[in-house]
Design a protein around this ligand. Structure first.
Ligand SMILES: [Ca+2]
Ligand SMILES: [Ca+2]
Length: 92
């Protein structure tokens, strides 16, 4: 597999690693989302400590309003962070 394909597989894998822990196996609930951010995005995002911060992130990500983050919503989140990183690393 190419590096890009490996990265795509990694996204799928990490999502399911957290989404399958509790409740709906194909969706991240707040506690799963918090764990994923705090374990897997330590260099790109601030650690989530307050419940309020988790609520806020979920509110932002949950575009279909079911209170959980599905893979599509997760990908939108990753795209957002990746675009911000891209800005940061390519600015003059
Ligand atoms: Ca779940
Ligand atoms: Ca949702």
């Amino acid at each position: 597999m190419s590096e890009l394909e490996k990265a795509m597989m990694a996204l799928i894998e990490v999502f399911h690693q957290y989404s399958r822990k509790e409740g709906d196996k194909r969706k991240l609930k707040k506690s799963e989302l918090k764990e994923l951010i705090n374990n897997e995005l330590t260099h790109f995002l601030e650690e989530i400590k307050e419940q309020e911060a988790v609520d806020k992130v979920m509110e932002t990500l949950d575009s279909d309003g079911d209170g959980e983050c599905d893979f599509q919503e997760f990908m939108a989140f990753i795209a957002m962070i990746t675009a911000a990183c891209h800005e940061f690393f390519t600015q003059e």
